[in-house]
Design a protein around this ligand. Structure first.
Ligand code: PLP
Length: 477
């Protein structure tokens, strides 16, 4: 049987190897050995974990970081820095972990494309048989363009507009997850006008503390999401009386980057109770959308996040005997550790009492540290010598904001101008949250597949950016 650590490694996929020994930076407070300067542990010392070797698709080989079989430096040479690179093997693996975890229940893993909505990533997910969770008309259009059939597209989001509803109702949709009563009535009007009946679930807010960052917690009564669970029966009764809507299930999503199953358990138990109550009132509840949110290991000191298989067991335990089809909407766990952001050191600046590593990537490329105080492991692309001395650096970008700081006083091996570094765990909520602040072009995205790589979003030129603006007539000379 695989060990828990082995399974975690498959998700973490995260660490620099040491001389081919796979000294992996495992971000958990166990099995840490003194074999390298950053409290990682070595598989050499933990032979039972060796089976996970093949699972990390961002590894040092021959002294340099590879994405699958492609040297990262080779990609940098071809596309310039900074850029994102995604491993298709990791994306595939993570989708399958969820798929397997829910089997044999009837289920659909609806990839939450908000995490990473590049068309190539979506195409890969569609080809694996995934469904997709969209939260805007733009995401719906992306899903269709990537080949997802309507019956595998779930429409979530707190403020769906009439135009978005019409697009999905005419283009095909599996279900709308309703977030409020006004939205429910609006969708009823639109569906009735178009002469269709659309499957819906109600996103219930179970008032559960997901114990995650306040900006990504969504299941408490004070959050803007969903309908209070205590009001759900009333809302389902109204749906039954409205034209154009058919209530087929219940939806819940309590937050993102959850590192504990307990809040899920509370929420799913409430959903199970509600299922019984609604069925007793004659509603044919046959689908449960349990949302996403399972966390990934970003940092060595993190508590071990639950595994998809543990999540799957919880689902089976709490709602598995209701005979419902299960939908889940994972984003971060599928894409997060499937991507890295690669950047070049522009300057090493000696400050007053601290040294700065000034990179060509900035907060506009990866906003998570500035927005959530998020941690990303930063590693040199060229493997440092095992005995290399580490020194503390503030790692910053060139944007004119003090918030453009990726990390402060991080111990890093020696780095000089022109060296490449990689931010790990950057595949989710990275490129999708980027902007062109300071007129910095959106950075390229690259996908690797074994020894091949392809640019899946090119860097726009300054001209492309400038030409998107237009000058009103009265300002034309
Ligand atoms: C409704 C909904 N479903 C799924 C997700 C995906 O969450 P995660 O990427 O943490 O799995 C989110 C993100 O917060 C969400 O709002």
């Amino acid at each position: 049987m695989r060990t828990r650590v082995a399974a975690l490694r498959e998700i973490a996929l995260g660490g620099p190897a040491d001389r081919g020994v796979m000294c992996v930076h495992v971000p958990f407070p166990f099995a840490q050995g003194p074999c390298c300067a950053t409290s990682s542990f070595c598989y050499e010392r933990q032979p039972e974990f060796k089976e996970t070797r093949a699972m990390d698709h961002f590894l040092y080989k021959d002294g340099q970081l590879h994405a699958e079989d492609v040297p990262v430096a080779e990609i940098a040479e071809a596309v310039g820095t900074p850029f994102y690179v995604y491993s298709s093997a990791t994306l595939t693996r993570h989708y399958r972990l969820f798929h397997d975890a829910l089997s044999p229940l009837e289920h659909l893993v609806c990839y939450a494309m908000k995490a990473n909505s590049n068309q190539a990533v979506l195409k890969l997910m569609a080809s694996l048989g995934a469904g997709v969770d969209v939260v805007s008309g733009g995401e719906y259009a992306r899903a269709k363009a990537a080949g997802f059939p309507g019956e595998r597209i779930v429409f979530s989001g707190v403020g769906k507009t009439v135009e978005e509803m019409e697009a999905a109702l005419t283009g095909g949709i599996r279900q709308f997850n309703l977030e409020s009563e006004p939205e429910m009535r609006r969708l009823s009007e639109v569906a009735a006008r178009l002469g269709v009946t659309v499957p819906v679930t109600v996103r219930v807010n179970p008032d559960v503390d997901a114990k995650t960052h306040e900006k990504i917690s969504t299941g408490k009564s004070e959050n803007k999401f969903g309908i209070p669970i205590a009001k759900a029966r009333e809302v389902y009764a109204e749906i039954a009386a409205l034209p154009g809507l058919e209530a087929v299930g219940i939806d819940v999503h309590i937050g993102s980057q959850l590192t504990d199953l307990a809040p899920y358990e509370l929420a799913f138990n409430k959903v199970a109770e509600l299922t019984h109550a609604l069925r007793a009132e004659g509603h044919d509840i046959r689908r449960l959308d349990l949302g996403g949110g399972l966390g990934i290991p970003y940092e060595r000191s993190n508590t071990a996040p639950p595994l998809p298989v543990e999540f799957g067991d919880l689902v089976k335990r709490t709602v598995g005997d209701l005979g419902c089809e299960i939908e889940i909407e994972p984003g971060r766990l599928i894409a997060g550790n499937a991507g890295i952001l690669v950047s070049e050191v522009i300057y090493v600046k000696e400050g007053d009492g601290r040294n700065f590593l000034i990179l060509d990537a900035a907060m506009n490329d990866l906003i998570r540290p500035a927005m959530y105080g998020a941690y990303h492991d930063i590693v040199p692309v060229m493997e440092p010598a095992p005995a290399a001395e580490r020194a503390p650096f503030d790692v910053v970008g060139p944007v004119c904001e003090s918030g453009d700081t990726f990390t402060k006083q991080r111990n890093l091996p020696p780095l000089s101008e022109g060296d490449l570094v990689a931010f790990r765990s950057a595949g989710a909520y990275g490129a999708v949250m980027s902007s062109e602040y300071n007129t910095r072009p959106l950075i390229p995205e690259v996908m690797v597949h074994e020894h091949q790589f392809a640019v899946i979003r090119a860097r726009p030129s300054y001209e492309d950016i400038i030409n998107r603006d237009s000058i009103p007539e009265w300002l034309e000379g």
